[in-house]
Design a protein around this ligand. Structure first.
Ligand code: SER
Length: 308
């Protein structure tokens, strides 16, 4: 049985990852977060962990000796603009602490999500390539772009098998996301499910790449099990399922909830969204480790409603 350590286990991705690991891998799981144990982590080992602390991080590794680590603790784009220094310390100091602990305690594989936020406004808007030289304009993007460089560095210098996927906006029903720019999509669907109207903080014609959580988690597990010799990218691979604007999402929701109403009041997140690509080039993910997806937008919305 392998031992898997998860940081940020209470977050939007953590709650889902725990489930898919439990259902597909024979593993002992250690969940960690800076917030208290939740019902998602019931029956599992749980420790408080602030990844900004090198001492605390090493203490957990010393105690648990994980084989695989999923480092999900992160400050997302919108929260990062409210407290850039916190984003810097959690996303960079925290990630370096995890990378160092992985080397010190001989971790076999490390996964860290990256993001569409690593792209800046001058990157191609359509099919943004894996390798790019654009400069991100959010603290979140800056820290994640630097993180990707560190993954490559630790892979080459210490032979650490660190793997990363650039997630687009993730749509899921378990833990409502609140800290990102793409999260309006989940929020809009949740309001429709409750029968209330929704005020969207992005303009109606703002396209962003997105993906259903099921596909994101299945892809992550597949990617983590893929042959390391076939992986040609050691910064981060692109993944996404579809592009939509708030208006296109609204129109899809109307097929299920005909009376639903949305109005649009763009705030500071509009500028963040406009700095990101509309779609990513995913060809290398398909080629190197067989990336594929099951949910289109309509199936995503339908599945969300069936759970909310
Ligand atoms: N979902 C993230 C955000 O909006 C992007 O990766 O911050």
């Amino acid at each position: 049985m392998i031992k898997i350590l998860i940081t940020g286990s209470n977050g939007q991705v953590g709650a889902e990852l725990i489930r898919i690991i439990k259902s597909s891998i024979d593993a002992e799981i250690m969940c960690t977060d800076i917030t208290q144990k939740t019902k998602e982590t019931e029956g599992m080992e749980f420790e408080y962990l602030d990844v900004k602390s090198k001492e605390l991080t090493e203490k957990i590794f010393e105690k648990f000796h994980p084989d695989h680590v999923y480092h999900l603790a992160s400050i997302l784009s919108a929260s990062g603009e409210k407290d850039p220094y916190l984003a810097y310390t959690v996303n960079l100091t925290g990630t370096v602490n995890i990378l160092n602990a992985c080397v010190k305690y001989n971790v076999e594989k490390l996964f860290v999500p990256s993001t569409i936020g690593v792209y800046g406004p001058e990157a191609p808007k359509e099919d943004a390539p894996v390798r790019h030289s654009s400069i991100p304009t959010t603290m979140y993007g800056i820290t994640k772009a630097a993180g990707e460089m560190l993954f490559q560095y630790y892979y080459e210098k210490y032979n650490l098998d660190v793997r990363s996927l650039r997630y687009p906006g993730l749509i899921s029903y378990r833990v409502p996301p609140t800290a990102g720019t793409t999260d309006y999509a989940v929020d809009m669907i949740r309001h429709a499910a409750k029968g209330s109207s929704y005020t969207c903080y992005l303009g109606e014609d703002t396209p962003l790449p997105m993906m259903y959580m099921q596909d994101a988690m299945e892809s992550t597990i597949k990617f983590m099990h893929s042959d390391p010799d076939k992986l040609s990218v050691r910064t981060a691979y692109n993944v996404m399922s579809y592009t939509f604007t708030p208006k296109q999402l609204y129109e899809t929701i109307l097929k299920f909830k005909p009376g639903f109403r949305v109005d649009y009041k763009p705030d500071f997140r509009q500028q963040i969204a406009e700095s990101w690509p509309h779609s990513l080039d995913i060809s290398q993910s398909r080629h190197d480790w067989g990336f594929n997806i099951r949910y289109d937008l309509e199936k995503t919305v339908e599945d969300m409603f069936s759970h909310l």
